[in-house]
Design a protein around this ligand. Structure first.
Ligand code: SF4
Length: 65
């Protein structure tokens, strides 16, 4: 699985970093999402998919390899 982020769509809610902190973080300056682990994933795949689905701005994507 490969993860993508859209920083232009992100509204900085921080939910992704809360759910899957090994994969997502928030930029110290603007609060927008940062991708820490594009894959292979250090958080369980289900957790990462949950973060992707719960993003309120639909700024995250998960793609099969
Ligand atoms: S959950 Fe979505 S809107 Fe919130 S910080 Fe992550 S990418 Fe941005």
């Amino acid at each position: 699985m490969r993860i993508t982020i859209d920083r232009e769509a992100c509204i900085g809610s921080g939910l992704c970093a809360l759910i899957a902190p090994a994969v997502f973080d928030q930029n110290d300056d603007d609060g927008l999402v940062e991708l820490l682990d594009e894959g292979p994933l250090t958080d369980p795949v289900g957790t990462v998919k949950d973060a992707v689905q719960r993003c309120p701005a639909a700024a995250l994507g998960s793609h099969p390899d």
